[in-house]
Design a protein around this ligand. Structure first.
Ligand SMILES: Nc1ncnc2c1ncn2[C@@H]1O[C@H](COP(=O)(O)OP(=O)(O)OP(=O)(O)O)[C@@H](O)[C@H]1O
Length: 230
């Protein structure tokens, strides 16, 4: 479902004399339907960069990033928007929403964008908010004023509203209490069971061990400085 072949990435620092910093070379990754793969490696190794390239935010220098039928590395903006609507979900660490949109709507939006009838989309949103212990009195308020943990749970509810065939998870259990952490792990297990291909960053080692089928250390894709043997 997600296939990465010979992917390379460098950053050009335009404000620093256009210095070119190579950050990834020859990256390979295959994630089958129903599989959850954890990206590991020390801070700065390139985990977030790889996730952002799969999501289509960072351009690849070369290589292939196939998500379903689309090569994200060569895709147009229109194709990436369609991919994000239909196929690829992303639970980022922080919630970014338009102010004044009620929480229930924020969670239902991915389903509404796909043409799901409003009552059905709201029912799914309510179910997720309830499972993630967001009190009902907050559902008609914008989540912009919610606590960090509440915002993270709204973000997770939104990310799991539509059964995307592929999912990117950035620290989905960070800063959650034990009960909510267990709910999130159940949601991930259910997504795997219905065949979602998942790539995630999990600093929570116990969560990683429980939910991930394998780990891929992105350090293997970090370019070696000149003169350093691999
Ligand atoms: N927008 C950017 N511009 C320039 N360099 C960047 C940019 N984003 C990332 N980098 C560089 O790419 C390398 C990989 O960073 P990345 O954030 O992917 O690492 P990470 O493994 O996710 O680290 P952490 O665990 O600390 O989040 C780092 O050297 C970083 O400085």
């Amino acid at each position: 479902m997600i296939e990465i072949e010979n992917l390379c990435k460098s950053f050009t620092l335009h404000n620093q004399g256009s210095a070119v910093i190579p950050v990834m070379t020859g990256a390979h990754l295959r994630v089958a339907p129903g599989e959850c793969v954890a990206l590991t490696g020390a801070s700065g190794a390139g985990k977030s960069t790889l996730m952002r390239m799969i999501w289509g935010n960072y351009l690849a220098a070369s290589g292939v990033i196939r998500v379903g039928d689309l090569n994200v590395a060569q895709a147009s903006a229109r194709e990436i928007i369609a991919l994000r609507r239909d196929t690829l979900g992303y639970v980022s660490q922080f919630l970014r929403v338009v102010p004044r949109v009620p929480t229930l709507r924020v969670v239902a939006e991915p389903l509404l964008a796909l043409g799901t009838p409003e009552a059905q989309a709201e029912a799914r949103a309510m179910d997720l908010l309830e499972r993630l212990n967001i009190p009902q009195r907050l559902w008609q308020l914008s989540p912009t004023t919610f606590s960090g943990g509440e915002q993270q749970r709204v973000n997770i509810a939104r990310g799991f509203a539509h059964p995307y065939p592929a999912l990117l998870l950035d620290e989905p259990t960070a800063s959650l209490d034990g009960a909510n952490r267990a709910v999130v792990l159940d949601l991930i297990a259910a997504a795997k069971a219905r065949g979602a291909a998942i790539v995630g960053i999990f600093h929570d080692e116990a969560a990683r061990a429980q939910i991930c089928d394998r780990e891929v250390d992105v350090t293997a894709f970090t370019p070696m400085p000149a003169g350093v043997a691999p």
